[in-house]
Design a protein around this ligand. Structure first.
Ligand code: PGA
Length: 245
């Protein structure tokens, strides 16, 4: 895994935006999966800036949410499709017909999950996936557990994750406890993977991830060690005190 440390959150985010921008320029029809939450905010801002100032085009790209809260529709203000719509799709030249998310309103979530796996596979998988990491080591919403899932599935969120996500909701009781998320095989099938971790809150999990070469279901991000093209981008706060080879 290639590790890149930048001083500030902004610099680390710009580095990731440049990886995405370069991939899009090289392949306008890029198949790209993007995260939500705090981590991608400055990356998405920088992609919007690149669109306006540098003519970066998303018109031919396919964009995939990696997860969606169960029960939240595309227009729900706390939903993840809505998040990417607000911060990226509505501000660039994305073709909305090529923006995808699991159908979290499907009364049978397993059907929605299977349909999403098929959609991704029919698209040929991802060229690039940009990941965040949870403080418990989750990627997408693959939570630490005794076993993990390869494909899209319904996941119960860990207590730590539900607690972390309350900051996006007015009332803690509104925070969804389940999500539909892509699984580890769909992540690892991506041709290229970039993971961004920023801030001191991610320091412990980044230390744990980099401390050992072992792969464990208790730290889902450790599965990235199975992939040959992974770049982990950190700011100084996330990398603090960690010895990097
Ligand atoms: P965050 O979430 O970007 O809001 O810290 C990370 C994650 O859950 O993957």
């Amino acid at each position: 895994m290639k590790i890149v440390v930048k001083e500030t959150e902004q610099e680390a985010s710009s580095y990731v935006a440049e990886i995405i921008g370069t991939a899009l320029r090289e392949k306008p029809g890029l198949s790209l999966s993007l995260p939500t939450g705090s981590t991608p905010v400055h990356v998405l801002e920088d992609l919007v800036r690149k669109h306006h100032e540098e003519g970066l085009s998303f018109a031919k790209a396919s964009l995939f949410n990696m997860d969606e809260y169960l029960g939240l529709g595309r227009n729900h203000p706390q939903g993840y499709y809505h998040f990417l719509d607000e911060l990226l799709y509505s501000q660039v030249d994305v073709d909305r017909a090529r923006t995808f998310a699991p159908d979290a309103l499907d009364p049978v979530p397993e059907h929605a999950a299977a349909a999403y796996t098929k959609l991704i596979q029919d698209a040929g998988g991802f060229d690039l996936i940009f990941l965040g990491i949870g403080r418990d080591g989750h990627i997408c919403f693959n939570m630490p557990a005794d076993s993990l899932h390869p494909y899209t599935h319904l996941e119960r969120l860990s207590e730590k994750t539900v607690a972390d996500n309350t900051r996006f909701f007015d009332d803690a009781s509104e925070v969804p406890t389940h999500a539909i998320t892509i699984g580890l095989k769909l992540v690892l099938d991506s041709k290229k993977i970039v993971l961004l971790a920023i801030g001191s809150g991610k320091n412990d999990i980044v230390r744990e991830l980099l401390a050992s070469e072992s792969i464990t279901t208790q730290l889902p991000a450790s599965f990235l060690r199975l992939h040959d093209d992974v770049t982990i981008v950190l700011d100084a706060a996330a990398a603090a005190g960690i010895e990097l080879a």
